[in-house]
Structures are given as C-alpha cells and as structure tokens.
Design a protein around this ligand. Structure first.
Ligand SMILES: Nc1nc2c(ncn2[C@@H]2O[C@H](COP(=O)(O)OP(=O)(O)OP(=O)(O)O)[C@@H](O)[C@H]2O)c(=O)[nH]1
Ligand SMILES: [Mg+2]
Length: 469
C-alpha cells in the first residue's frame, strides 16, 4: 500500500507551503489568510508512472482543547478513538475542520506536524501535540521558521521530544533538493515499517533527479549547438549600403539566439516542475542583462587566464572577435547592439561579401548578406553560464515559496555576478573548447567524443550545484 503522510498543525503555520515544497507541487494553495485549507487534499508523488508516496494537506486545528477533552473521554485503542471522535463530531458544525483534519489519520496516515518556530510555544500547541500523541501514529515535527528569528527553536525542540519520534528544521521557502532528501531520510526513522518503502522513495527521488539533470545537460548541449551554428542569410537587394538595415539584421540575429536560449530555459524549468508560478530571479541577477551585452560577456565569458589556456591550444582560430569582445572594447554601434559584431563573424554588404573568403560559398544571386555563425568560444561560455545560473536559481526556488516581492536579498552582494566557469580547471575549459572546435568544423574530427565529454562534464557540474546548500 502506498504510504500516506498527513501534514498537520495550527492554521497558517505553513503546512501547505511545506507540502508544496516536499511534493514539488506549485499548485498547492498557500495564502496569508489563516484557514485557507478547509478540506483534506492528497498529493501523490509519482515517479516513473508509479505512485510511491502521498502527502495529504489538512486544515489547521480549530478547537484543539475541545477535541482533546472528547478524546480523553473515549476508550479503545488509539486507532479506534479517532474513528469514534469523528463519528461523534459529525453533528457538531464548529468541529468540522477538526473532524476533517483527522480523516487521513483514521485511514492510517503518518503525521508531519508543522509549526512556525519563530514564535513561542503556547498551550494550544501542547493540546495539538497531545492529540497527535493519542493517535498513536508515527509522527515527526517540522519547524518551519517563517521569520529569520530562531530564538524559540530550542524550546520547540524540547517540547517535541515529549511527543514526537523525530523533529527537523525545514524551511518551506528555502529548502533545497538536498534538504528534501534529508527530511525523507529522517522520516524513515520514525517508523520501522516505513524504512524499506521510504528507502525506495528516496532512491526513486535520486534516480529521478539524475534523469532530470541528464535531460538538462541534453537541452544545454542542443542549445549550444543550435546557437553556435546559427546563421542568418538574406537577399540584400539594392539597399545594402543602408547601415540601418545592417543593424536590424544583427538585431534579428541576436533575437533568434535569445529566443533559442529562452526556450531552453523554459524546458529546464519544466523539468523541475515549476509550472504555474512565474518565480522570480534574484533582483540583481546577471540573468536580467541581455545575452548580448558587454557586461554579460565580460562577467560570464572566459577570464584572461583561461583565454591564455585556450589561446595556446588553438592559436589564431580563437579569433579577433573574441579578444575584442572579451576586453569589452567599444565597437561602435555594433557593440551597443550586440556586444560583439566581431564575434558574430558578420559579413555585411554585397560588395564586401564577394571579397570575403568566409562566405561559405553560398550563392543566392545579387547581393547577399550573412550573419553568423558566431566564431567566439565566449558565446558558448556565456550561454553555458547563463543556463547553469538559471538551473541553480530554479532548483533552489522552493515550490512552496510564493512571496516574489521579497525574493532575493535587497542589499548585499548580488548573488550571481560570476559565471560558474570562472573557477573551472583548465581540463574543463579544454572540454568546452573541444566542443566549440567540433561545432566550428561542422561535426568534423572527434565531434561525438567532444559532445560526450561535455555531457559528462555538465552532469557532474549539475550534481555539484544540486548538492550545494
Ligand atoms: N517567510 C516565510 N513565509 C512562509 C513560510 N512558510 C509559509 N509562509 C507564509 O505563511 C502563510 C501561510 O502559509 P500556508 O502554507 O498557507 O499555511 P497553512 O498552515 O497551510 O495555513 P492554513 O491552510 O490556512 O491552515 C503564507 O502566506 C505563506 O507564504 C516560510 O518558510 N517563510
Ligand atoms: Mg493550508
């Protein structure tokens, strides 16, 4: 039978938020108004088409004192007194929430009790805990500090020791993948019968996460290939001398790349089950900058030292465009437009085309104009870093979190002002470079090897990011 865990507690303490984060379900109703949840709702955790675990969201206790008095008058085993209570409360309207919230317990669910640890323990809390003790079900307490304040943490823990098999601090708004796994691991210990099945759930969670990382790596590699091979070739007609038109084409080219990037980010976001809410990136994230702007390229491209490593490898092929883009040199209107026209390898204007050997032999008749493919490894690094930053923000945005306005710290250093690749070893940079070279040679050389090396590198990096606190 699929194990069921009921999330219980006082109104407005963050039960639904904890559930939303644990089950990775952003459709759970969360609201600042106490009493938001009035009916039990079950959220299955489905992995590989199989329901491995279900969480049930419950309303908050309304009259714990009265419920406790009634329970104390009943006799029988713990399972039966809950059934009897629910029977007796059927005709008492003010007990409807309390009756409803004990439904999963009557079915045999285990219990996660959620409290807001940023306030002191009160008598009603003790009554609720006593009710849960009387149910005799395996139970664990979760301290979800809604404020940063942890002054009351210890008194909560002391209290919990009396009534719960385990307790954990778990922040519904900030819990990461690693913390979700830790919480499940702790859940294993509260009931011996659960150990094997929760163990399977944890293994399934981990396999699922690995599969998502693999899919993320695939999406990133596809995007890099598409963007770095992209070219725009147009019939230029008579008016090619018109600079405005050239600029428009560069913009169009940049827009296509930005669009490919956006679609890739959307796919990553979908893999991590952020469907409904448009969660925010931290306010000062470098991701708010355009893909093609000087700052993005400076911050997320290769460092000078890394440049030297690659330069030594591939010599002149790195291209003047790279140096120019890297140094952030102003390149007039193109720099303003797109960061690096040199890096775009643009060939502009009918007359110049015929003189340019790198026109790839495409003959469209009349005057032609081709922009791309980009011949700078920095585009690869910039796209890669942005995808990794996006991934990192996505996996760390807990599903229970809905307070966009408070997203990110208002002060202090911006969270992601540097790309991941800045700290990478020369070996990793060489893997990127080999993939870049293979793209430039249109699949020549060891293209398959280069792609497989990059895939392994990305899977390793994604796992590193998931395990960060
Ligand atoms: N800052 C912060 N706010 C939180 C946290 N957890 C919950 N909240 C907020 O607290 C309010 C109540 O959260 P819910 O998850 O709806 O609480 P609940 O216990 O399900 O409430 P009821 O269904 O009304 O009993 C919401 O506005 C949440 O966004 C947290 O960890 N940090
Ligand atoms: Mg709720």
């Amino acid at each position: 039978m699929t194990p069921e865990i009921a999330i219980m507690g006082h109104p407005n303490e963050g039960k639904s938020s904890v559930l939303s984060t644990l089950a990775e379900d952003d459709s759970v109703r969360v609201s600042p108004t106490p009493g938001e949840t009035t009916r039990c709702r079950t959220f299955p955790v489905v992995i590989d088409g199989r329901e491995v675990l279900r969480f049930t969201d419950t309303p908050g206790f309304q009259n714990p004192g009265r419920v406790l008095t009634m329970l104390n008058r009943l006799s029988g085993d713990s399972g039966d007194i809950i059934r009897q209570f629910r029977e007796q409360a059927r005709t008492i309207p003010e007990l409807s929430d309390d009756r409803e919230l004990l439904l999963p317990v009557e079915r045999g669910a285990g219990i996660i009790y959620v409290v807001d640890g940023s306030r002191p323990v009160r008598n009603v809390d003790r009554e609720e805990m006593e009710i849960l003790r009387l149910t005799g079900r395996p139970r664990m307490a979760i301290i979800n500090c809604k404020d940063e304040d942890d002054a009351f943490l210890q008194s909560w823990k002391d209290e919990f020791r009396k009534t719960f098999n385990a307790n954990r601090v778990f922040n519904a708004h900030r819990a990461t993948y690693a913390e979700r796994i830790l919480l499940l691991t702790a859940l294993q210990s509260i009931d011996q019968d659960w150990q094997p099945v929760i163990g399977q759930v944890i293994a399934a969670f981990q396999r699922d996460w690995t599969a998502r990382n693999r899919a993320t790596a695939d999406h990133i590699i596809t995007m890099l290939g598409d963007c770095l091979r992209h070219r725009l070739t147009v019939e230029a007609g008579e008016e090619t001398a018109d600079r405005g038109r050239e600029e428009e084409l560069v913009r169009q080219f940049n827009r296509s790349l930005a669009e490919m990037e956006r679609r890739t980010h959307d796919k990553i976001r979908g893999l991590f089950k952020h469907h409904i809410f448009d969660y925010r990136l931290p306010p000062r994230s470098i991701l708010h900058e355009d893909l093609f702007n000087e700052r993005t390229w400076q911050v997320l491209g290769l460092s000078k030292k890394q440049l030297a490593i690659i330069g030594g490898l591939s010599g002149a092929a790195v291209g003047a465009g790279l140096d120019a883009a890297h140094a952030g040199l102003s390149m007039g209107v193109y720099a303003a437009l797109g960061g690096a026209i040199g890096a775009l390898g643009a060939i502009i204007g009918g007359e110049t085309v015929s003189a340019n050997a790198s026109f790839m032999g495409i003959k469209l008749g009349g005057q032609q104009l081709q922009i791309g493919p980009v011949n700078s490894i920095n585009l690869l690094l910039v796209l890669l870093n942005r995808a990794l930053l996006f991934y990192s923000h996505t996996i760390n945005w807990a599903h229970g979190r809905r307070d966009y306005d408070k997203a990110g710290a208002p002060a202090g250093p911006a969270p992601d002002q540097m790309g991941f690749t800045r700290n990478w070893s020369p070996a990793r940079i060489r893997i990127c470079n080999a993939f870049f070279k293979a793209l430039q040679q249109e699949g020549g050389g060891d293209a398959l090897q280069a792609e497989s090396d990059l895939r392994h590198l990305l899977e390793e990096v994604l796992l590193e990011i998931s395990q960060q606190e």
